[in-house]
Design a protein around this ligand. Structure first.
Ligand code: GLN
Length: 494
């Protein structure tokens, strides 16, 4: 049962085979048994989880089932929840209790979901490996000597090891899609503005977007259908966004008439040969399913990483100025004066990568350098958007690898930020352009999962889900499990 999808668990709950309380207990047992191996959860409050599950069973009895009735969903530590701690895996927010639920958390609760713990992440979502977490790195269930990716590494590892059936992540430059790829699960980043950012701790506000991390495409659609919708309290949440028929999109089984773009800039030297082979094989499968594969160009791709690593730190430097030791979070002991309190609180509270981003951002925004860096990066952003607009005049969807490599060893890139930043090459342009993107499993390379990334025009999540569902139905990659966490595998730790 541990490796069931949300829709399979919903069937079991509906038929009376199990209860929300029994389900919550089963996942708690697994999470308690295995979290020591992975460090996927930084908070797991059994009492609150079981109380929610009992309330869900009572609700089902009295009023029938809501769309996510009794389904446990793990929550990245970046989402504010009125119960328990919200720490963004930073010492500056250690033991912080948020005063309210994020908009998406409210929607999940109203749909009957069980909030199942807080998952590990890179500090303030800055990273691609989960190694910047103040709570220590999370490990990849496929090989515990390796990174789970990031920043939503805990959410991805929890789902891949079946410590939870699904999780929430956020994606500013790839943080849903890349860890999904590296753990062999599905991750969906919706169109910017589709999901409210209220109550999600801000990293780079023009890029941040929340989305689901799941075992299959249908579950991603199910969660996205609940998470999305206008919120008047988030000025960037779009009112009257084009609607998506989330669940029927997942019924697609062939790709006849679908034009898939293959950007030449995404298949270049530097990517792992095995990763490339798996993605090429996936494209062949799509062709067999009826798609037309068309070579396209996204000519400004090579500038995406540089533009992102100016824009995201600039926005972060502004967003993180609120952690000043006064209103929330850590305050240093015995400050001499106000300035000493600000500087020491921030020095003690922020980790090295967060400090690097704040300093880079402040530099890029400073009066002498604004035009040379920030303004230039915004101009590049416009060119990247135009690249996609021109491509989508010729194709319905774009298919690429999600990451140039499979999961690297813990520590391999930790002291080399440039190499770490370059690993975001395939995911970052999607955020700069505000487009929806999805990563799904497309095989193994050297025993580790490889992700296939789909990119669609704004608001066309139906196209993403349709193509991903057709590919998923024709292959079995999404059913691969990390041996050490598979109950059926007697040699594993399970
Ligand atoms: N890896 C990227 C970064 O470090 C993206 C992170 C994210 O999407 N939150 O900024």
């Amino acid at each position: 049962m541990a490796y069931s999808t949300l829709h399979q668990l919903a069937d079991k709950l509906d038929s009376g085979d199990t209860t929300a309380a029994a389900l919550a207990q089963a996942f708690l047992d697994r999470a308690n048994a295995h979290n020591g191996d992975l460090n996927a959860f930084v908070e797991l409050d059994a009492e609150s989880i079981l109380a929610q599950a009992e309330a869900s069973d009572a609700h089902r009895q009295a009023h029938g089932a809501r769309p996510l009735e009794g389904l446990p969903i793990a929550i990245k530590d970046i989402f504010c929840t009125s119960h328990g701690r919200t720490q963004c895996c930073s010492n500056i927010l250690r033991d912080f209790h948020a005063p309210y639920d994020a908009h998406v958390i409210t929607r999940l609760r109203e749909a009957g979901a069980i909030l199942f713990g807080k998952t590990n992440m890179d500090e303030f979502a800055m990273g691609s490996s989960n190694e910047t977490s103040a709570f220590g790195p999370c490990r990849n269930p496929w090989d515990r000597e390796r990174i789970p990716g990031g920043s939503s590494g805990g959410s991805a590892a929890a789902v891949a090891a079946a410590l939870a059936p699904a999780a929430l992540g956020t994606d500013t430059g790839g943080s849903i899609r890349q860890p999904a790829a590296l753990n062999g699960i599905v991750g969906l980043k919706p169109t910017y503005g589709r999901v409210s950012r209220r109550g999600i701790i801000a990293f780079a506000s023009s890029l941040d977007q929340a989305g689901p991390m799941t075992r299959d495409v249908c579950d991603a659609a199910l969660l996205a259908s609940i998470m999305s919708g206008h919120d008047a309290a988030d000025a960037t949440s779009v009112a009257n966004a084009p609607a998506v028929n989330w669940l029927t999109s997942c019924l697609r089984r062939d790709l006849t008439g679908i034009r898939i773009g293959r950007p030449k800039e995404y298949f270049v030297a530097g990517m792992d040969a095995e990763v490339r082979a798996r993605v090429e094989e996936a494209l062949s499968t799509c062709a067999e399913l009826g798609a037309e594969i068309i070579d396209i160009s996204l000519p400004h791709t090579e500038y995406a990483v540089a533009a992102y690593y100016v824009i995201a730190p600039s926005e972060a430097s502004a967003n993180l100025s609120r952690y000043d030791g006064v209103r929330f979070g850590h305050r240093c002991d015995n400050p001499d004066d106000l300035l000493d309190m600000y500087t020491r609180s921030r020095d003690e509270g922020f980790g090295i990568e967060v400090k690097r981003r704040i300093l880079t951002g402040i530099f890029a925004l400073s009066s002498g350098y604004y035009d040379a860096y920030y303004k230039k990066a915004q101009q590049v952003r416009t060119l990247i958007r135009q690249d996609f607009a021109e491509a989508f005049a010729k194709v319905d969807l774009i298919a690429t690898p999600t990451s140039p490599v499979t999961a690297v060893k813990l520590g391999e890139n930790r002291d080399d930020p440039i190499t770490m930043y370059l690993s975001d090459i395939y995911t970052i342009a999607v955020n700069l352009a505000g487009l929806p993107g999805l990563s799904q499993p497309c095989g193994l390379a050297n025993g580790l999962p490889v992700g296939l990334q789909w990119i669609a025009p704004a608001w066309r999540e139906d196209q993403l889900l349709g193509a991903a569902a057709a590919y998923e139905a024709a292959t079995a990659w999404h059913q691969q499990r990390p041996a050490a966490f598979d109950d059926a595998n007697q040699g594993g730790v399970a």
